[in-house]
Every structure is written in structure tokens, then in C-alpha cells.
Write a protein that binds this ligand. Structure first.
Ligand SMILES: *Cc1c(COP(=O)(O)O)cnc(C)c1O
Length: 848
């Protein structure tokens, strides 16, 4: 998968412990496979049960354990045997054939570089904030499962994202504990001679040195850059300090580090990916650096290099609103990239700015990273069907006169890595029905296997996992109250809170106003009545962080904390602080209902609700993001009318009303309607449908297979063709594009006519090409989609030369007469094989 002439390795983990057993353990402890495969858990627990429960970080345990205890454990034969077996199975897993090797071994795809600002892999490596990192982390784990040759590139944050405590007044306090790199499950990347690999890039006044760390994620490697190098100028050492902290300049420095530093890092390791997957626009500078290397390697100019390399770039956008795109002031960009642009890229700074602007002539327009990503990629996708549509609207201005439906943004709906999110009990149930390798190949057959599981088995699963969750909530919430200084009697009460038999609902997510975390609080008295019904009680778990700069989000947290403190409510609702992936895991494994109330269409996809699927949790969600694709009345509950209503308070009130109604008349009665043996049949049927039907569809397995087949394989192929012979084809394309751009305004439609015969409209148009090669265009009849169908695009055929005209032709086209003539218009668009239109050539001319 890569030609890696560098090696990784630290000094001795523990000065007093060396030898073979240690090497094996070190190997295991540094492989994040343990974050989803629990086979080795008992070893770590054996070495230090308390630390294991607190940190779940084997690498940390290995460094803190005493020599005597270590030697004692290692001297037990059963321990040594098991360790050896584990090591062997780990090695053979890496050598086994995989979905990728079985289906695509002969493809031109050797390496996908996957760039992201954050990766959510394990709480032992806290370098994530939320959904974006979740998708990135789960994709890497799935690449390991499926054998897709992905290499991750990201940043190692010394402080990561903030941690949350709730003070006695209900306000969130943000904490920034320091991550000691020595105790994270990562290793420095060194040269053969032991010298630490350091990537360099020019920053104003100073060279920026970036240290490189490696994370082993099963078969896959993730490389992390870190600016905390003593050789750096002090202001630069903190670039990789906080995730999503600081202002525009800090963000720009981070994005240059990720994009430009990241691509340099791959080069330094001898990795030459065909495909570069930009997960969100933050990493878009990688486009420039990739092109820059292509220029140097092949002796071509920037335009040719960009044309060759963009065919291998895929941009995944995650933003549902234009305000979410990163933008930089031109002067700031000049400060950091002025020299790079002229010296390395060999272009004018205005040409660079043009790549990030809607209107290249507008000198006030800031530089938009998402525009750079679109202009530097061979394909663009959103993260759900609806988000694809929303993104086509957002990027529509880049493709003037094109119908919105044809703006070149597709979609791959997100999915999650189920082995990371399923409870032990759910894992057993799935393994029993579908086998232990169920996520390693295709998954279309899983649904039928799960359909056969008995009602009793489903209900047992629910009983055991909810009991575990209730125990966890009691411990965690009582500690949290103790920390915040409440009375001992309240702490004592919290230790007995909740009932394992009661309906349990969770709402856990970022407290951003668009997620409407307080929708349930719209009518607090009504909520109280739902929670405290003596015959049909409901318990509610709330969790979430608000960005430290988001006052409104923090106020929403305070409102919940205030509600939780009402004596009538206190036995039925908790706010758990410091929402992180450990808490997510606990919640999705034990809740009955996962609630989600975003304002449509601002939840681009959402993933937390998917994590509940595998465990038998049922979603009650706004019809937004992934839920629109998943929802049918037998798998869960839907809120909203499938329309957009902005932030209209009246609409929020109506949805709150509807939410209470769904709870009162559907969710609660269904949960409490039992058969003779105590099982809620309708509920269990819903669990079964949701679990068996939706889990395979919203798995990262499905997601990554889709990325691979729809995007990675064609991108690798196209890139190789354009790159061959020093970019010969790319150079032709550049010339072709210049010609098209220069001569397009000469195109002109002449007269047209149409006759209808039987059930066919026959169109005829005259087109004067005036210098444009007829083979470089397609003439089409176009009709907008009607009634939710697809738009009609019918190619017209070129007929005879027009009498007396130079390069003017008649074009003929036929369409069914089922739609009226006036729905159709003729148009001309650029055409060239292997070229993405309109992404790479946005011209279009319509017949008047
Ligand atoms: C899954 C997860 C997310 C993503 O949640 P959504 O609200 O669905 O976007 C965010 N944070 C954590 C800790 C998660 O585990």
C-alpha cells in the first residue's frame, strides 16, 4: 500500500521492562483496533483494573504498571498463551483477503489520502469535536475492516476540544486539559537513522517545523502533524493546540498546516496517493500542494498540474449553510501564502484568489475554502440525499445559468462503524444471527437474518442494556452533583435515580441553537406530566456541549439544568456533563428512544441516531438529514412536515406541540402496552424493523463501499490517465478549456422549429458555431423535472451544414409528447470525454 522507508518507534516504554512479551503488548496497545475489538480487554484489566476502567487506554496502562506486577502477570502461562494467540490473530487479520482485495484488486487504486481536521477514534486520543470527526474516525476503522487502502492525515492537538463541567449555577465551564503525547496511543515517525521526521513549511518570518506521529488503526495508518516543536517561533508552537479555537488567523495557520504540511508529509513518507479525499473544506490547501509536486515532478505549469491532479481529488462538503464555509481576508491569505503562490505555484496572487472567489474581479471578496475545494476537485458530494440537494443550492452561484439540479454535487449518506458502537449484548445477538464477520463484506443479506430473531430475545436485549445504562447514570450523575457542591441528600437521591423498567429517552448532541435542544422545554408543565405519569413513567437523559463562544447554546444548557433541579422533575431527568464518545456509547447502547430535533435542513446528515440502530434503540427525529432516507412509519417516529421553516418561533411552537403529542399518544402507549408475558409486541416489532432494516443501510461499511465504487475507483483511473506522460492529457485539456472559454461567446442559436407527430415532438434548431469545434459541444433538449422526477436531457444529433454558413449546422431532437412543447429548451454545453461538465467547464448557452 505504500513504500515506507521511514520507521516508527519510541524508546523503551518502561525502562525496566523489555523483551518479547513486552514487544507483543506494545504492538497490541498501539493498535487502535482495541477501540472496536474487545478481545484484549482482559489483559489490560488484569494489569490495572482501576486505570483500565477510568481510561480504556492500554498504552497508558503499559507505561504506568509496575515492573513486578507486569512480570508476575506475564509469567502466567495462560496469559502468555492468550497473548500469543491474540498477536497471531491480529497479524493474520491483517493478511486475510478483504472485500477490497476480492473485488477491486486489479483496479488502479493503490492509496486514498483522507484529510480531516478531526478524527474521533477513541477517547484515549481526544482530537475530535463531534460529527465530522465521527465520520472520519469511523471511515478509517471501516477501511481497515474492508481493506480499502486509506491513509489518514490530521493534526495532533495538545488540548483537543474543550471539556465541560457544569457549575452550581447551571453554567457550562470550559476546561482544556493537556494531552501528554507520550501517553496517547501514538508513536513518533522517525527516519532510518532514528532522527525524528520533521516537515517544514515557510511561515511569515520563520520556518514552521512539524513533528509527525503515527496512529495504527488496524490495517490503516493515520498520520498526525504537531507544531509543538521547540525549534518553532513561540506563536507557531500553539497552532496545533486547540481544535476549533482562536480566530481567523489561527484557523488559517491550521488549515495550511493540514493541507500543505499534510501533503508534504505524504511525500516525505514516499506515499503517492491517486485519490485525495478532502473531508470538509478545511483541508483544501492540499489541492495546491498536490499540484505543486506534480509541477516539479513533471516540469509542467500550475494549470496543467491542477488539471491532472484534480481528477484524483474528491471534496465532501458537510455544511448546510453558506455561513459555515471558512473564508479568509485576501490580505491575511497574502501574508501567509503570497510567497508560496509566486515561488512555488508560479502564478499571480490574483489567480490564486480567483480559485476561492465567486467573482474573481471583486477585490473585496474573501477567499472561500469550499470554492477552492470545488474548483480543485474532480467530484463533490454532500453527506445525505437532502444535503446533496442543499449543497447544490449553496454552490449554484458557481455555475451560472445551469439548472440547480445539475450543479455537480452528488451525495453519499453517512454511516457509522457499528463494531465501535454496539453493546456487548447486541454484539452477541448479531453474531449469533449473522456471524462474526458480518461487517467485513457486503451486508445486504443481514436484514433477513435479523428478521428471524424472537420477540423474547429482543426484549431481553433491551432489559439488560437499559439496566446497565441506569447503573451508569446513577454513578455518573451522583458524582457530577457531588463535584458541583449540592447537598449530600441530593447526591444520595441521585444514586437511586431512574427505573430500569421505565421508558428511557435521550437527547445528546452539540448544543447549537439549530439543533433546538430546548424544544422539549417549550411547555415545561406538559413535559413534567409526561415524565411523571405514575403508571407510565418516562425518564430523560440530556447531554451536550455548547461551543465556548456560543452564548445562546450555553443558556440552553442552563435552562435544562434548572429544569432538572425542580423537585418534581428530579427523579426523571438528568443533564450529564461532558458529552464525549464514551458517554455516547453508553447512551446509544441503552436507550429506548433517541430524540433529534434539528431545524431542517441544518442537520446535514447526523450520525448519533444511527449508533442507536444496532443496539435496538428507536429514533424519533425531525425529517432531516439521514432520517428522511430511513424513516417509514414502522421503524420510528418523524417530526416535521418535510418542509423548511427557517427559525420561525411559531413553527417551533407547533413542532413542540407535535412532539408532545407523539410522545403522549404513540411512544408511551406503545411501550407500555404488554402481552400476557409482559412483552410490548408492537414496540418489539418496531425494534426489529429498525434494527434489521436500517442497520446495514446506515453502516460505514455501506458508506465506504459507496465512496470506493462511486468515487475512488473512477477518480484513480481518471487521474492516472491525465497524469500519464508528464500530464500530456491534462495539457491538452488546458488548451481545450482555454479555447472553449475564449470562443464560447461566439456561439449563437439561429431559428428553430418543432412539429408534433403522433406522440413525438420533433425539434429542429440552427446553431452557428463560429469557431467552436462541433465535437467539443453537445446540443441538448432540456426540460425541468416535473413531479419529483428527473430533468430530461436529450442529446440532439447534428445534421447538414446550414446553407451559406461557415460552421453552422441543423440539429435534430425527438422527445415524447407527454409533456408540452414549451417545457423544452435547446442548449449547448461543452463536451469532452473524461471531463466533468459543468464542474470543469461551466459554460452553457440556452436558446432564447
Ligand atoms: C456521534 C457523535 C456526534 C455526532 O452527533 P450528531 O448530533 O448526530 O451529529 C457528536 N458527538 C459525539 C460525542 C458523538 O459520539
Amino acid at each position: 500500500m505504500e513504500q515506507n522507508d521511514k520507521k516508527t518507534g519510541t524508546g523503551p516504554v518502561h525502562p525496566d521492562i523489555e523483551g518479547e512479551g513486552m514487544d507483543r503488548l506494545r504492538h497490541l496497545a498501539l493498535d487502535l483496533r482495541w477501540s472496536w475489538n474487545n478481545a484484549a480487554d482482559e489483559f489490560w484489566r488484569e494489569l490495572d483494573p482501576e486505570l483500565w476502567d477510568l481510561t480504556q487506554n492500554p498504552w497508558f496502562i503499559l507505561q504506568t504498571v509496575s515492573r513486578d506486577h507486569f512480570n508476575e502477570v506475564l509469567s502466567r502461562p495462560e496469559f502468555r498463551d492468550k497473548l500469543e494467540a491474540l498477536n497471531n490473530s491480529c497479524c493474520s487479520e491483517n493478511e486475510n483477503s478483504t472485500w477490497f482485495s476480492e473485488h477491486h484488486a486489479d483496479s488502479p487504486l493503490r492509496t486514498v489520502a483522507y484529510f480531516c481536521m478531526e478524527f474521533m477514534l477513541s477517547e484515549a486520543l481526544p482530537i475530535y469535536s463531534g460529527g465530522l470527526g465521527n465520520v472520519a474516525g469511523d471511515l478509517l476503522k471501516t477501511a481497515s475492516d474492508l481493506g480499502v487502502p486509506v491513509v489518514g492525515v490530521g493534526l495532533l492537538y495538545q488540548q483537543g476540544y474543550f471539556r465541560q463541567v457544569i457549575d452550581n449555577n447551571g453554567w457550562q465551564q470550559a476546561l482544556f486539559p493537556y494531552n501528554d503525547p507520550g501517553q496517547l496511543p501514538i508513536t513518533p515517525v522517525r527516519h532510518e537513522n532514528g532522527e525524528w521526521l520533521r516537515i517544514q513549511t515557510h511561515f511569515p518570518g520563520y520556518t514552521l517545523f512539524l513533528r509527525v506521529w503515527q496512529v495504527q488503526v488496524g490495517r490503516v495508518k493515520l498520520y498526525l502533524l504537531d507544531s509543538n516543536d521547540p525549534a518553532n517561533f513561540p506563536a507557531h508552537r500553539g497552532i496545533t493546540s486547540e481544535l476549533y479555537g482562536g480566530g481567523a488567523e489561527m484557523r488559517l495557520m491550521q488549515e495550511i498546516t493540514l493541507g500543505i504540511g499534510g501533503w508534504r508529509l505524504l511525500r516525505a513518507l514516499g506515499i503517492e496517493p491517486e485519490v485525495c479525499h478532502l473531508n470538509e473544506g478545511h483541508a483544501a490547501f492540499a489541492i495546491l500542494e498536490r499540484a505543486r509536486w506534480f509541477m516539479e515532478d513533471n516540469g509542467v505549469d500550475f494549470a496543467t498540474a491542477l488539471t491532472a491532479t484534480r481528477a484524483g481529488n474528491l471534496f465532501t462538503t458537510h455544511t448546510p449553510v453558506a455561513a459555515g464555509f471558512d473564508r479568509f481576508a485576501p490580505s491575511l491569505l497574502y501574508q501567509y501564502l503570497g510567497r508560496y503562490t509566486s515561488k512555488r505555484l508560479g502564478i499571480e496572487f490574483n489567480d490564486l484568489l480567483a480559485l476561492g472567489r465567486l467573482n474573481p474581479q471583486d477585490t473585496n471578496e474573501p477567499f472561500n475554502m469550499a470554492y477552492l475545494a470545488v474548483r480543485g476537485s474532480g467530484a463533490v458530494n454532500g453527506v445525505s440525499a437532502l444535503h446533496g440537494k442543499v449543497s447544490r443550492r449553496l454552490f449554484d452561484p458557481l455555475f451560472p445559468r445551469w439548472p440547480e439540479e445539475e450543479v455537480p454535487v452528488g451525495h453519499v449518506t453517512n454511516g457509522v462503524h457499528f463494531p465501535s458502537w454496539e453493546s456487548k449484548e447486541a454484539e452477541e445477538m448479531w453474531s449469533y444471527s449473522c456471524g462474526g464477520d458480518r461487517w467485513l463484506g457486503t451486508t445486504e443479506e443481514l436484514e433477513a437474518m435479523m428478521e428471524c430473531v424472537s420477540n423474547e430475545r429482543f426484549w431481553e436485549l433491551r432489559a439488560s442494556t437499559t439496566r446497565a445504562l441506569v447503573d451508569y447514570v446513577r454513578v455518573r450523575f451522583s458524582r457530577q452533583l457531588e463535584v458541583s457542591g449540592v447537598t449530600p441528600s441530593r447526591v444520595e437521591e441521585a444514586r437511586r435515580i431512574f427505573d430500569p423498567n421505565a421508558l428511557t429517552i435521550a437527547f445528546a448532541r452539540r448544543f447549537a441553537p439549530y439543533k433546538r435542544p430546548t424544544l422539549l422545554l417549550h411547555d415545561p408543565e406538559r413535559l413534567l406530566r409526561i415524565l411523571t405519569d405514575p403508571h407510565r413513567p418516562v425518564q430523560l437523559i440530556i447531554a451536550g456541549k455548547a461551543h465556548p463562544a456560543d452564548q445562546e447554546g450555553q443558556e440552553m444548557i442552563r435552562q435544562w439544568v434548572e429544569f432538572v433541579r425542580r423537585p418534581e422533575a428530579s427523579r426523571h431527568v438528568v443533564f450529564l456533563s461532558d458529552y464525549d464518545m464514551v458517554l455516547t456509547e453508553r447512551l446509544v447502547q441503552g436507550v429506548d428512544v433517541w430524540l433529534n430535533t434539528p431545524r431542517r435542513p441544518w442537520e446535514a446528515s447526523g450520525t448519533s441516531g444511527m449508533k442507536a440502530l444496532v443496539n435496538g434503540g428507536i429514533n424519533l427525529s425531525e425529517l432531516d438529514g439521514w432520517w428522511i432516507e430511513a424513516f417509514t412509519p414502522d421503524v420510528g417516529w418523524a417530526l416535521g412536515d418535510g418542509e423548511e421553516h427557517g427559525a420561525d418561533p411559531a413553527w417551533d411552537a407547533a413542532e413542540a406541540e407535535r412532539l408532545y403529542q407523539i410522545l403522549e399518544t404513540e411512544v408511551v402507549p406503545e411501550f407500555y402496552t404488554r402481552d400476557a408475558s409482559g412483552i410490548p409486541r408492537a414496540w418489539v416489532d418496531r425494534m426489529r424493523s429498525s434494527m434489521s432494516r436500517l442497520t446495514p443501510r446506515f453502516s460505514a461499511n455501506r458508506m465506504l463501499r459507496e465512496y470506493t465504487e462511486k468515487y475512488y475507483l473512477p477518480a484513480a483511473d481518471n487521474f492516472r490517465q491525465r497524469a500519464a506522460e508528464k500530464g500530456a492529457r491534462a495539457a491538452e485539456i488546458v488548451r481545450w478549456r482555454d479555447t472553449i472559454a475564449g470562443s464560447w461567446r461566439n456561439l449563437r442559436f439561429g431559428q428553430g422549429s418543432v412539429v408534433t407527430e403522433a406522440d413525438t415532438h420533433r425539434f429542429e434548431v440552427h446553431l452557428y458555431l463560429n469557431g467552436v469545434d462541433p465535437d467539443s459541444v453537445r446540443v441538448e433538449l432540456y426540460a425541468d423535472a416535473d413531479d419529483g422526477g428527473e430533468p430530461i436531457r436529450r442529446e440532439m444529433t447534428r445534421g447538414q451544414l446550414l446553407f451559406g454558413a461557415e460552421n453552422g449546422y441543423v440539429y435534430f431532437g425527438e422527445v415524447s409528447a407527454s409533456r408540452p412543447i414549451f417545457h423544452y429548451r435547446a442548449r449547448v454545453v461543452p463536451y469532452r470525454e473524461g471531463l466533468a461538465v459543468p464542474l470543469e467547464a461551466p459554460q452553457i448557452l440556452w436558446q432564447e
